[in-house]
Design a protein around this ligand. Structure first.
Ligand code: HEM
Length: 413
């Protein structure tokens, strides 16, 4: 099945949008189109939530944190698999608590701090390519998703957080599995038990790191959080834990998926690959268009604090709302020819891939910098990097999107 054409009009005719449906997860875009055209605000019985598909409504609701609260985001996403259920993480907080925490976190993620990480990101990308060559030779095959896309961001964020990188492969699995709880409704008991165990492992691991950094502070974010003052008060142990886990969860799978989707699109559009390889100054434009076209986070969650109305649909207080970021990114009223992948596109409004409003992604600079460095190094070192098949098996998630695996043929300089 060629993913660009999966979930064809035939499916659309016989199915309505259900984010948990396998075919929808493999290619949700025709369903988003249909929603924007026919029902931009739609009640989803299976999710017990209102999906919002149009740009203007998504933008307006994300900017109105008072009416559309984030408090239920994490419980809705992870349910009983939240590794730190005692306190809400920042992403699931409303003002004023959110503002205090965000101020602290912003200090660690300023553009200048991210600039300072460029050289390290560059070296990590080289080290991973060296590892691939050491394992497979100058020419060969590997799983690009695991060998590069997964290990690269987990190594970068580990260094930022001050987490030892030797165990990166293990905690990559714990982080991914914790996030897999988003799809818990579709899983059987053994799979759920595995997710629970991995969520507990992640917590136990971070507890150990925090104990270590409390005893011996370093020049890393966990040490900064331990020492930070919020209005004259220190963060509690469990607040530091919650933030550290959020940064790991937020920073790992998202950037992995951005890198994986980039390769699938370059494979689908070889002329774009040729252009970017010849002129690496096009890398930022390529990444912006990948972010718009295949956003790693497809949707997020909000809850209404009052009865309200959205695009003419009455929404009762306490309703779950799912702004479909990926749908907003293809809204024709904002992105003409939104279904076309075009790295020369000039956008007149921000893409929704990092959200909007007070919870706008803390890691947007970091992930853009990381992905940019990674591609620069990859194009320099690998003269060929080609998926073996045009078929893409996307990860089994309605929330996160990226290829599950990408067997590739590569050739190093
Ligand atoms: C391509 C990569 C990424 C994508 C697509 C992405 C997407 C998002 C989105 C959509 C939100 C908004 C959530 C909301 O409004 O409820 C968000 C928030 C957040 N992201 Fe990212 N993210 C990425 C990378 C990262 C990285 C690298 C980090 C950290 C190292 C990170 C940390 C966070 C945090 C902490 C928040 C919550 C901010 C707040 O509540 O104020 N993200 N991200």
């Amino acid at each position: 099945m060629n993913q660009s054409h999966a979930a064809q009009d035939g499916d659309i005719a016989t199915k309505t949008y259900d984010p948990l449906d396998h075919d929808v997860k493999q290619n949700p875009y025709p369903f988003y189109n249909q929603l924007r055209r026919d029902e931009p605000v739609k009640w989803l019985e299976g999710m017990q939530a209102f999906a919002v598909a149009s740009y203007e409504e998504v933008d307006a609701l994300l900017k109105n944190g008072k009416l559309y609260s984030s408090a239920q985001f994490w419980p809705a996403l992870l349910g009983e698999f939240d590794p730190v259920p005692e306190v809400p993480p920042m992403i699931s907080m409303d003002p004023p608590n959110h503002i205090h925490l965000r101020k602290i976190a912003n200090k660690a993620f300023t553009p200048s701090k991210i600039q300072a990480l460029q050289e390290r990101a560059n070296n990590i990308a080289h080290e991973l390519i060296d590892d691939i060559i050491a394992k497979h030779g100058n020419e060969g095959e590997c799983d690009w998703v695991w060998d590069f896309c997964a290990l690269f961001p987990v190594t970068v964020i580990s260094e930022v957080l001050g987490v030892p990188t030797e165990r990166r492969a293990e905690f990559k699995v714990w982080v991914d599995d914790t996030l897999a709880a988003a799809n818990r409704a579709a899983y059987d008991a053994p799979r759920l038990a595995q997710i629970k165990a991995n969520s507990e492992q992640l917590r136990a691991f971070m507890e150990d790191i925090i104990a270590l950094r409390t005893a011996e502070p370093g020049n890393d974010i966990i040490s900064t959080l331990i020492q930070a003052d919020v209005q004259g008060e220190k963060l509690s142990h469990v607040q530091v834990l919650s933030m550290a886990v959020l940064l790991l969860i937020g920073g790992v799978e998202t950037t992995t998926n951005l890198l994986g989707s980039t390769l699938t699109l370059l494979h689908r559009y070889p002329d774009v690959e040729r252009r970017v390889r010849n002129d690496p100054s096009l890398i930022p434009a390529l990444l912006e268009e990948v972010l718009r076209f295949e956003p790693p986070v497809q949707m997020i969650f909000r809850h209404t604090t009052e009865d309200t109305e959205l695009a003419g649909v009455a929404i009762p207080k306490g309703s779950t709302i799912m702004p479909l970021l990926a749908s907003a990114n293809r809204d024709e009223s904002k992105f003409p020819n939104g279904e076309v992948f075009d790295i020369d596109r000039k956008v007149s409004v921000p893409i929704m891939s990092f959200g909007q409003g007070p919870h706008f992604c803390l890691g947007s600079y970091l992930s853009r910098m990381e992905a940019g460095k990674a591609l620069e190094v990859v194009f320099k070192r690998l003269t060929l990097l080609e998926p073996l098949s045009k078929d893409v098996h996307w990860i089994d998630s309605y929330f996160a999107r990226g290829p599950h695996e990408l067997r590739v043929r590569f050739k190093a300089q």
